[in-house]
Every structure is written in structure tokens, then in C-alpha cells.
Ligand binder design. Sequence first.
Ligand code: FE2
Length: 172
Amino acid sequence: MSADITEMILDDHDWFRRQFLRLADLRDHEDKVDEAAEVWEELAIYLEVHASAEEEHFYPSMATRADDSDASATEDAIGDHDDIRAGTEKARKAEVGSEDWWAAIDETDQANNHHMSEEESDDLGPFRRVTSLAFRQELGAKFEQFKVEHAHGKGLSFEQKDPDAYVEAVTS
Ligand SMILES: [Fe+2]
């Protein structure tokens, strides 16, 4: 039996928070830049895999089946994913360990925290009220499968998605 997609999303959120805490430990230690770079690299990739997996298997149902009749919560979430993508993109362009690099990580952390808290309160709860456990488990299996297929970001563009175009595509 597969897990409920809303719980899998929460598990990923917990992992994200822990990785940002690890980065806080490594910051301000010049001898730990390589370790920070490793933690960040894995985190930045997984933020994209997670967002893309949601866009593929959670938000299409959220936009059309849950209590999001005008798809505004979905549109907002995709915009948030783009803000997170903007942060990781800045970090990719900055020199590892530089002030700009850490600033881009902070920006990503803030965008991600904002997004996770909204997603947890505005999306996951309402979604559970209008869907069955069996349906959420079905989505959970697809969510997991997507993450396996795109492990380490394989086949993903890492590019921002237009929230309007996304909503249009999944609701039409
Ligand atoms: Fe999300």
C-alpha cells in the first residue's frame, strides 16, 4: 500500500527544513565550504524534483477536484515554485561559498518556507477534506514513481513555469 501523497509532501518538507539547518551549521566555517556545497547541491536538485512531482501529480487534482474552484491556490503555489527556482538559479550562477551564494541560499530558504507554510495550510488540509484516502494513495504511488524516474533531476528543465499557463493547461 502506497503512502498518502499529502503525507509524502510533508515528509519532503521536513527533509528540506533539516537540510537548511545543516547549512546553517556549516556556514561561517571556511573549512566546511565543500560540505556545504554538497548539501546544497543535493537540496537544490531535490527542491526541483519535489516541485515538479507536485506539478505533475498533486496540483492537477488540486486545481480541478479540491476546494480550489478558481484554481487560485494552485496558481499561487506554482508562482511560489518559480520563486524557489529563481533562488536556486541565482545560487548556481554564484561562486560557491561567496556572499552571493549564501544570499541566494537564504532567498531560496525564505521562498521555500513561505511556500511550505501556505501549502500545508491552504492546500494539503482542504485537499484531504474532499478526497478519499485511496485516491491520495493512488497519487502517492505516482508521486513516488515520478521521483524515482527523475532522481537527481534527470530529465527536468529546472526552468520557471508560467502559473497562468500551468493552470490553463491542467484545467482545460
Ligand atoms: Fe509545493
